[in-house]
Write a new protein. Structure first.
Length: 196
């Protein structure tokens, strides 16, 4: 389905369907998500858990589409900020949590193919993908499941790099949210102990 947004750019829309119900970091090689057209019948890509020795265990994922393959994983990191390794073909791109914004919400910056990219959560709890400050994709998470609807500029969707990075960054967003809850719980426990 193609939709127009408020500024009359055309977007493709597809769903990100969860097919494996256990915790997202559980098994290598198991298909976790399928990107489907809105009819739910046409599978356009598969997302699965992968591995990379330079990344944190259980935090690398791959996407496959029409014989093309890309991976994204979290490098070993500090407590609060992550570096992400994105591999496609023989190229590697490093993206990083924005050290200011990431304390408050999901925000990743980097450079791919000479263009600045930012993937960040907005006030509506959606994820915007911006290339040179121009929004090229929007991910709308389903609040009741780990599924999402993805809107992407038709031109941008033709580039496997942008398509795969958008899909894989949604998985990183889920990991970020899970880890934020753990840190929040730990902080609450520390504050509760301090009051006693």
């Amino acid at each position: 389905m193609v939709k127009a947004d408020r500024v009359n750019r055309w977007y493709l829309e597809w769903t990100f369907k969860r097919v494996y119900s256990r915790y997202i970091n559980s098994l290598k090689g198991v298909i976790i998500y399928l990107c489907c057209r809105l009819n739910g019948q046409t599978i356009i890509a598969k997302v699965m858990r992968a591995s990379n020795s330079g990344n944190e265990a259980g935090k690398t994922f791959a996407v496959e589409q029409n014989g093309e393959h890309a991976t994204l994983g979290i490098k070993k990191r500090s407590l609060f900020f992550a570096d992400y390794r994105f591999h496609m073909n023989t190229k590697e791109f490093i993206l990083k949590d924005n050290p200011i914004n990431s304390l408050l919400y999901f925000c990743v910056d980097g450079t791919v193919l000479g263009k600045k990219i930012r993937i960040e959560e907005n006030w509506d709890k959606e994820i915007e993908v911006k290339l040179d400050r121009r929004k090229v994709a929007l991910i709308k998470p389903n609040t009741l499941s780990l599924e999402a609807t993805i809107f992407m500029e038709e031109e941008a969707s033709r580039h496997f790099l942008l398509f795969s990075l958008t899909c894989l960054m949604y998985v990183m967003f889920i990991i970020y949210k899970d880890e934020s809850k753990i840190i929040e719980r730990l902080m609450d426990e520390l504050l509760d102990e301090g009051e006693e």
